[in-house]
Design a protein around this ligand. Structure first.
Ligand code: CMC
Length: 436
């Protein structure tokens, strides 16, 4: 951490002693005020629910400039990665800090490819679920269960265990998501095929059957690979912070990632892609483009609890760069499939246009986020709506594990343990039951 020459001075209106607090500078983004000694010096905590002004850690992985609408993985703009690299190169970058050269890429691809199968017992574990279980419910269970199958990579304090757990998780997530899907539709599980790309293999495990040859479409393969790249990491979002907090207790990596999956499920986070598509279906059913005005009116009504899903972001106060790339992919995929006139895509474009001109959204700097278009692409590929968030989890796994390993590798890391402003009853005595 680079200390700034400036210090912050905290003074108190009751004449209490002022304290100087160090300020640190990152390579990009706002400086931070170091309050670690604040409690020892003043007996006070800071109060920041929702982490509105709190940097919870140091990190060198991902950076977002919310005002510019810029996203960098290890310094590289997302647009360049999405157009020049594939997902496994992106994984290498996030995990090890650099894009691989061709030898490194071949080695890493080979490593991941040879860990795509899951222990054969996993399918019996899966059988315990109802066929109509939500894929995220299944994924939370399956990912947590990996720790029961891979005992040799559960010691989070051992760098070798951390590395092999990272590879296993990245390699096995597509297999698990595809298994969760096949289970719900009652089709046989398809084993991974090592001559396919990461995205191609996932399409194969999802849509092939043992009865006939499945040919991976290069356009859909590329689109899916781009979805994976765009979702790979995103700074200290809710699920990543969950993974860090969970991992900070020293639990095993599979358990920490399972916590991330559970957090991602919520509609304010990864569940928004499913919610955004369902919202488009509902508007379509109610009458389509003509009903947008009525829907927007509901969104603006504070008592309605209706949100424009796929819009707004805690950090982006400009167009989410991932949404632009996703819109481009959406056009390509719909074009490839002959669905250029897809009514949901047209509805989404019309909804976006109206919202971007509306004072409510303009004044609050609410723009489309990645989830606004990703559902339309996934649906066109043939992925069922309830599986959307599981695809997000698959892609975000590399980000979670890179962030977790960064934290554990830091010699200064401590268990995460926030404090509180207590508002409950002061100490009191228990009365005998008859006297209460
Ligand atoms: N529709 C309508 N109003 C909104 C929306 C929306 N989608 N998002 C924010 N607002 C309003 C909000 O009501 C508030 O208005 P006011 O100041 O009058 O009370 C103002 O904008 C600020 O919103 P906030 O809730 O304080 O902002 P936040 O940073 O706490 O929430 C968010 C961020 C992503 C949870 C929120 O924008 C939201 O719920 N969006 C819809 C869900 C969504 O698309 N989530 C995906 C996020 S991107 C993918 C990911 O990282 O998971």
């Amino acid at each position: 951490m680079k200390a700034s020459d400036t210090k912050a001075t905290l003074s108190f209106s009751n004449g209490g002693q002022a304290v100087d607090l160090p300020i640190y500078k990152g390579t990009l983004g706002p400086d931070v005020i170091d309050i670690r000694k604040l409690y020892a010096q003043t007996g006070m905590f800071t109060y920041d629910p929702g982490f509105m002004s709190t940097a919870s850690c140091e990190s060198a992985i991902t950076y977002i400039d919310g005002d510019k609408g810029e996203l960098l993985y290890r310094g590289y703009p997302i647009e360049q990665l999405a157009t020049n690299c594939d997902f496994l190169e992106t994984c290498h970058l996030l995990l090890y800090g650099e894009l691989p050269n061709s030898d490194e890429k071949a080695k890493f691809t080979d490593l991941v490819t040879h860990h795509t199968m899951v222990n054969e017992q996993m399918q019996f574990f899966l059988r315990g679920f109802r066929r109509d279980a939500h894929p995220m419910a299944i994924m939370t269970g399956l990912v947590g269960a990996l720790s029961a199958f891979y005992h040799d990579s559960t010691d989070i304090n051992n760098p070798k265990h951390r590395e092999i757990a990272a590879v296993r998780l990245i390699a096995k997530m597509p297999t698990l998501v595809a298994m969760a899907y096949k289970y719900t539709v009652g089709q046989p599980y398809m084993y991974p095929k090592n001559d396919l790309s990461y995205a191609g293999n996932f399409l194969h495990m999802m849509f092939a059957t043992p009865c006939e040859e499945y040919k991976v479409s290069p356009v859909l393969e590329r689109a899916l690979d781009r979805i994976f790249i765009l979702h790979a990491d995103h700074e200290q979002n809710a699920s990543t912070s969950t993974v860090r907090l969970c991992g900070s207790s020293g639990t095993n990596p599979f358990a920490a990632i399972a916590a991330g999956v559970a957090c991602l499920w919520g509609p304010a986070h990864g569940g928004a892609n499913e919610a955004a598509l369902n919202m488009l279906y509902d508007i379509q059913k109610a009458g389509g483009v003509e009903k947008i005005g009525e829907f927007i009116k509901q969104v603006k009504d504070k008592n309605s609890n209706v949100k424009l899903m796929g819009f707004g972001h805690r950090v982006y106060k400009n167009y989410d760069p991932r949404a632009k790339l996703m819109q481009e992919t959406c056009r390509e995929v719909l074009g490839e499939l002959g669905l250029e006139n897809d009514p949901l895509f047209k509805l989404a474009m019309a909804l976006e246009k109206i919202a971007l001109e509306d004072e409510y959204f303009v004044s609050r700097k609410l723009y489309p986020n990645v989830d606004f278009y990703s559902g339309i692409v996934q649906r066109a590929i043939g992925i069922p709506v309830p599986l959307f968030t599981a695809i997000f989890a698959l892609a975000r796994t590399v980000g979670w594990i890179a962030q977790l390993n960064e934290m554990i590798g830091d010699p200064d890391y401590k268990i995460g343990r926030p404090r509180q402003l207590f508002e409950g009853s002061p100490k009191r005595d228990v009365k005998p039951i008859g006297a209460r």
